[in-house]
Design a binder for this molecule. Sequence first.
Ligand code: HEM
Length: 513
Amino acid sequence: MQLLQFDAKVLLSLVFLGFIGLVARLYNGLVAKPKRLRSLLTKQGINGPPPTILLGNILEIKKARGSINPTSEPPTSHNCAALLFPFLEKWRKLYGEVFVFALGNTQILYVNQPDAVRDITTCTSLDLGKPTYQFKERGPLLGQGILTSNGTSWVHQRKIIAPELYMEKVKGMVNLITESTITLINSWNSRIEAEGGLSDMKIDSYIGSFSGDAISRACFGSNYSKGEEIFQKLKQIQEAMGRKAFLAGIPGMRHLPTKSNREVWALEKEASALILQVVKERRAAENEKDLLQIILESAKNSNLSQEATDRFIVDNCKNIYLAGYETTAVAATWCLMLLASNQEWQERVRAEALQVCQGHIPDADMVRNMKQLTMVIHESLRLYPPVSVVSREAFKDMKFGDIHVPKGINVWTMVITLHTDPKLWGPDSYAFNPNRFANGIKGACKLPQLYMPFGVGPRVCLGQYFAMVELKVLIALIVSNFSFSLSPKYRHAPTLRLVVEPEHGVDLLVKKL
Ligand code: HEM
């Protein structure tokens, strides 16, 4: 009995120690392993001063992000890098434009040194590609479409999709985009009328619906309402994945049939089934020339098995949605926030839109002629770039200038930091001043290649023309129909989810003109 009691105590202690060990392992999995990183880099023979190896502690990062104090004042300084990445900004001041740190098991080379940024972002070697850890984490959401693939598979997909989003093709889509915008204008009109001429509204869901509608029309043509259903499913997958984010970081957890994993898998199945249903209907009709049709035809011509063809179609539809929906929606939302807090620019953009469009719905030529609006959009994308970090993984040892990039390391270029660096943009780099773009991007920045809201090089955004036209049509029609200012409800708190977005949304006081 005595022995048994002792055994029970020992057993309990062992269980307890095991539990502590497990917690420590999990925690350790979330923080850096500097020793391993140091030996990895020393083996690669890095020249010059040794890189700084830091403990990228996820808990510290979370704490720093949580300490942002939202304010109701209209923002006058827009230093998003300091708000969103305080730890990286601190290290940058201490260690310069190139250093190494680790985030969990991922080793990251921070590179914001201009020549190295140029060499890395424009590198055409297939040995430098999209980080593979992202596919693992976001597998159900992205699959293996153009956004996540590398090597010859990426080359193949890019060749098919890119020509469909060239400027010439996008010009033919202006009418689709105006249809989506008019839906938004009508719903704002009804709401303002119902609320007695002035509405205090959170604009995010309206802008999100606009962006989803526009991309649905471009992708699925006449089946766009089905496109919206698919798109709702993708949003649900994204939300469900957000809920299980913590567990997803634990090795092996992604594949276990936990409740949250099962939810994601079920949603993924439903989204795939919906996409394939549209494809089936389409095969019967075969008279459309939208993005889905192009993807379909190319899949048909590439001798893939039925299963591989289906996967190719489903993954690329998902990728185009995900690449094009939230990015454009937040870009438009930030731009409207900036116009609401800078009345002078709102009036300038309105005067230009009214003069260029003369009461007509904007067409491709009118869109091209709105110079003030282009300057405002450039400035808005400079201060609030939806994609704040561009990342790559080296698939073999590489060298850029005197920077050695060991195989397996991830390279981060901080777009958000480059966009507001006073050395590149002058002393007013944190201020909203669209005038800096009066002579184009070259006139605005000392090193114009470092202005990269759409990325640069071989993986530059395929949807940049489409996105610019969307933004221009939307803003031009909004300023032509309404005047708006920031609501007292607005709390300025940029936050980083998949993209840089307003944590509490954007509230505007909107009046009909
Ligand atoms: C304001 C809106 C947008 C912004 C700021 C944006 C930004 C970006 C950036 C920075 C990249 C490059 C990432 C890298 O180099 O790793 C990218 C890639 C991409 N974007 Fe966009 N994007 C926008 C809208 C769109 C739209 C509307 C579409 C589709 C219609 C789209 C489709 C894509 C695709 C397919 C890629 C992947 C290209 C590749 O990897 O080869 N984007 N985007």
